[in-house]
Design a protein around this ligand. Structure first.
Ligand code: AHG
Ligand code: MN
Ligand code: MN
Ligand code: MN
Length: 334
């Protein structure tokens, strides 16, 4: 065999999910079925993303969504795929998507889960071939609730699982359960399987990389300006890395360390990123990987309750010590 060492200890996502379920004898298998439907949607979205420019799927759909974003054709395709997968698994009662103004309630009376999703994150980058992704959060409905959009107005501390899939050089899935480890899976296109490649991801405690859109600095609050300036004036100045797809900036930050920030500012007082399907799930992943995530009031992001399903928040997300720097500067400003 050539250079490539054969990895015989292969854990596929399917095996991982079965092993997780086996740890909970009381499990009904519903969560596993829901995760298989998620897995299918990632495989299917990855397929269309990679063929987009070949089958004229790039460009605008000619519509916009409730948060005012121009919808790309792939926003709509990705959304349709995700909704179909969540409906057909029969385990989801209510689904909130960035691309739908209202929550989607499925006709599955005994379904126990609510899902929030950003089917294609970073879609403004799509036509440029830059990595985009899908972000998701899974809530378990309380016994006896009907399952309406209000059931999603919960903080990320109530999520039973969260994660994202980045469609980059390869499709990378990052998945974490409440209070659990963060596990990374890489799609092996030959096998058509997600393979566990990054077990128990732990973030570096610090790293001199910052990631934010400095084009907004004119609108930033004072503490944010002081924080970024302190990074530029550091003994060893920080590197700037900003892709403009949250999933790609987050995945790099998770792996290399550093900090990603999209602060609320004078132009967007509530911030730009949406709590339910961007800030919350990402904050849970980062906390479970040993990092921190706070909003623009320096509250733990996972404790922030969205006022409505498309509510937004400022966010600082990254290595424990890098986020602590932001908190300390805000404390100084009182
Ligand atoms: P989406 O494509 O799902 O609407 O999200 C876009 C978000 C996020 O992916 C990224 O971090 C941010 O928009 C970039 O915003 P700016 O272009 O204002 O920097
Ligand atoms: Mn959008
Ligand atoms: Mn997004
Ligand atoms: Mn999106």
């Amino acid at each position: 065999v050539g250079k490539e060492t054969i990895n015989t200890e292969i854990v596929t996502l399917s095996r991982y999910l079965s092993e997780e379920q086996a740890k909970h004898p009381e499990a009904t298998g519903d969560f596993t079925l829901l995760c298989h439907a998620l897995q299918f949607s990632f495989k299917s979205i990855a397929y269309y993303i990679r063929r987009a420019s070949l089958i004229n799927l790039s460009g605008l759909a000619g519509s916009s969504n409730t948060t005012g974003d121009d919808q790309k054709k792939l926003d709509v395709i990705g959304n349709d795929i995700f909704i179909a997968a969540m409906r057909s698994c029969g385990r989801v009662k209510v689904l909130v998507s960035e691309e739908n103004e209202e929550a989607i309630v499925f006709d599955h009376p005994d379904a126990r889960y609510a899902v929030a999703c950003d089917p294609i994150d970073g879609s403004s980058n799509l036509d440029a071939g830059v990595s985009v992704g899908t972000i998701f959060g899974i809530y378990r409905l309380k016994e006896g609730v009907k399952g309406t959009k209000e059931d999603l107005l919960h903080p990320a501390t109530d999520l039973v699982a969260a994660g994202f899939t980045m469609y980059g050089a390869s499709a990378q899935l990052v998945l974490t359960m409440k209070g659990g480890a963060v596990n990374g899976f890489t799609m092996d296109n030959a096998l058509g399987e997600f393979i566990l490649t990054h077990p128990d991801m732990q973030m570096p405690k610090k790293r001199a990389i910052y990631s934010c859109n400095e084009g907004n600095s004119k609108y930033w609050e004072e503490p944010v300006k002081e924080w970024v300036e302190s990074l530029k004036q550091a003994e060893k100045p920080y590197s700037a890395r900003y892709i403009g797809s949250m999933v790609a900036d987050a995945y790099r930050t998770l792996l290399y360390g550093g900090i990603f920030a999209y602060p609320a500012d004078k132009k967007s007082p509530k911030g730009k990123l949406r709590i339910l399907y961007e800030c919350g799930p990402m904050a849970m992943v980062f906390e479970n990987a040993g990092g921190q995530a706070v909003d623009s009031k320096m509250r733990r992001m996972v404790t922030v309750v969205p006022e409505h399903i498309h509510d937004r928040s400022g966010i600082f997300l990254g290595s424990y010590e890098e986020v602590q720097k932001v908190i300390d500067i805000h404390k100084k400003h009182g």
